[in-house]
Design a binder for this molecule. Structure first.
Ligand SMILES: C[S@@+](CC[C@H](N)C(=O)[O-])C[C@H]1O[C@@H](n2cnc3c(N)ncnc32)[C@H](O)[C@@H]1O
Length: 201
């Protein structure tokens, strides 16, 4: 039985990964692609949501850059680490410990930053996840996504091939840029893409 079957990707599964230091996804700092989007002005201060934020290096970078950030994760260690880093750096962000599939924001966000959350959830839940992302974003809001690529049959990370992502994010979405390849220290790579929710969704 693999970890996925054993734990059903529960909060305990992720907590154990943090406890055991099995956090290969964690770059130890913000993704270079996020920094590029910030430097180019593709991503400008706004309300932004970060699902499955982990230790939240990107949340810290966004808060530092003047964004109003809301971040969700259900692993205790991840949330505590992010909260203490925010305090240490005297930065502000709303950090919610919750299951993203139960999360109901009180506002619609201008943008969502998706990094290794989609590849961390059960692939059977992807359509629900896409619907949630759509419901969390304001009309014409943007999704800044890093889609994880892997040949491994077992996850997490579960592969997010571009063709499948283009099908998943088709109705009600415009892909506004050519996907850009981003190397990941795990020896994998991601496709960085910016998608815009339609005005009438
Ligand atoms: C692969 S890690 C990525 C963390 C972070 N995005 C990063 O790139 O460093 C996936 C994270 O998503 C969280 N997660 C997975 N499923 C979740 C769910 N249903 N609700 C909330 N958090 C979830 C896990 O606890 C874990 O911290």
């Amino acid at each position: 039985m693999n970890n996925h079957e054993k734990y059903g990707l529960s909060p305990q599964y992720w907590q154990d990964r943090y406890d055991q230091g099995k956090t290969g996804w964690d770059r130890g700092g913000p993704s270079p692609m996020l920094l590029e989007w910030l430097a180019s002005g593709a991503l400008k201060p706004c309300t932004i949501f970060v699902p499955g934020c982990g230790r939240g290096h990107e949340v810290l970078a966004l808060a530092k850059a003047g964004f109003q950030v809301t971040a969700v994760d259900y692993a205790d260690s991840a949330v505590q680490s992010l909260q203490s880093q925010l305090k240490h750096h005297q930065l502000k962000a709303e950090v919610v410990q919750a299951d993203i599939f139960q999360y109901c924001p009180t506002q619609l966000f201008d943008a969502i930053y998706e990094q290794t959350c989609l590849c961390a959830i059960d692939p059977a839940k992807r359509e629900t996840y896409e619907q949630l992302i759509t419901s969390w974003l304001r009309p014409q809001g943007k999704l800044f996504a890093l889609f994880m690529q892997t040949d491994a049959a077992e996850g997490p990370p579960f592969a997010c091939p571009l063709g499948e992502m283009q099908k998943l994010f088709s109705t009600g979405w415009t892909w506004t840029s050519e996907p850009k390849r981003v190397e990941h220290p795990m020896g994998l790579h991601e496709w960085a893409s910016v998608l815009q929710k339609s005005a009438n969704q």
